[in-house]
Design a binder for this molecule. Structure first.
Ligand code: SF4
Length: 306
């Protein structure tokens, strides 16, 4: 990455890889999560959106094929020619292998689909899943896994009821990397009881692992989540937009220039959340981040220590 750039975006990475712009298609496969169905826990992480933090289209009755056809048509009209099918909602490696294969085979539906992105939890990755994923790589599809970690601190993971530990994350991460499967890690800023130092330590630890990509999220409170009560009782105060932007700007300086920044902020519809409402203004957050970084000569990799 050219250090004159503020950070290495997913759009840039995909353009370099495929020679043109590539669009991610968000899919809701109607799966669940071991932290919601009772296997690991019930009700999920305290901030879990009952709709699954994705489009929520499956529950609205749209099959995977219908979703894909709809988005392909929509984005082709906007001049996109290549696509990555993104299994976003809930845990997309948590189902019998035959079912997973049936879902991922969606890449064969249209020749313009060049890749697969699969969001899941660390405790839903094992050798069988990895072997299945490798079959798509062998067929020439670009594939990456998006692993939810949120924090390296086990006390935080317990507090937010993640149902897995940092060690579980490391196990899944190394298994994927040993098999040459790129890993994008999701982390959350503003988790209860986390200090700025803790958040930066999570980023520095991921920088040491040289993760392929990262998604930054600000903690927000979806309506109907377990956090709702905590927030209404005044037991949790969300980050302000300016605080969040400062955290992300600093975090970016610790990352290697090669880590692809898939997202710098979460996005939620204002009507679906209690707070903070600024997470519905994604472009405002991005613009403020760019301004903040430019004014202070901050850029990705500036403080990176290999
Ligand atoms: S891992 Fe994701 S889907 Fe599962 S409970 Fe947590 S937030 Fe919800």
């Amino acid at each position: 990455m050219n250090t004159q750039k503020l950070y290495y975006t997913l759009n840039e990475f995909l353009k370099e890889k495929f020679g043109e712009k590539v669009k991610k298609i968000p899919l809701d496969a109607g799966l669940t999560c071991p932290n919601r169905d009772g296997t690991k826990g019930l009700g999920g992480c305290i901030y879990c959106d009952p709709k699954g933090s994705g489009t929520g289209l499956y529950i609205e009755g749209k099959s995977l094929n219908e979703q894909l056809r709809y988005f392909l048509e929509l984005f082709k009209k906007k001049n996109f020619k290549k696509f990555v099918a993104y299994f976003q909602s809930f845990s997309n490696t948590y189902a019998p292998l035959e079912k997973l294969k049936e879902l991922y085979d969606i890449v064969f539906m249209d020749p313009s689909i060049v890749g697969l992105a699969i969001g899941t939890r660390p405790d839903c990755i094992d050798e069988n899943v990895v072997n299945l994923l490798k079959t798509y790589q062998e067929k020439g599809y670009y594939l990456w896994i998006e692993l939810g970690l949120q924090s390296i601190y086990n006390e935080t993971l317990k507090l937010i009821n993640r149902g897995h530990t940092f060690e579980d994350f490391l196990k899944a991460y190394h298994l994927l990397k040993e098999n040459d499967i790129p890993v994008v890690v999701h982390i959350i800023f503003g988790l209860p009881k986390e200090t700025k130092e803790m958040m930066m330590e999570t980023v520095k630890t991921l920088a040491k692992l040289k993760i392929d990509g990262i998604k930054f999220h600000a903690l927000y409170i979806p309506k109907g989540s377990k956090m709702e009560e905590m927030y209404l009782k005044g037991e949790y105060k969300p980050l302000e937009m300016e605080e969040y932007v400062e955290l992300v700007a600093l975090a970016l300086t610790y990352l290697p220039p090669s880590t692809v920044i898939h997202r710098v902020c979460s996005e939620a519809k204002e009507e679906d959340i209690l707070a903070p409402t600024w997470v519905s203004k994604k472009m405002e957050v991005i613009n403020l981040l760019r301004k903040f970084m430019s004014e202070r000569n901050l850029y990705q990799g500036k403080n990176y220590q290999p």
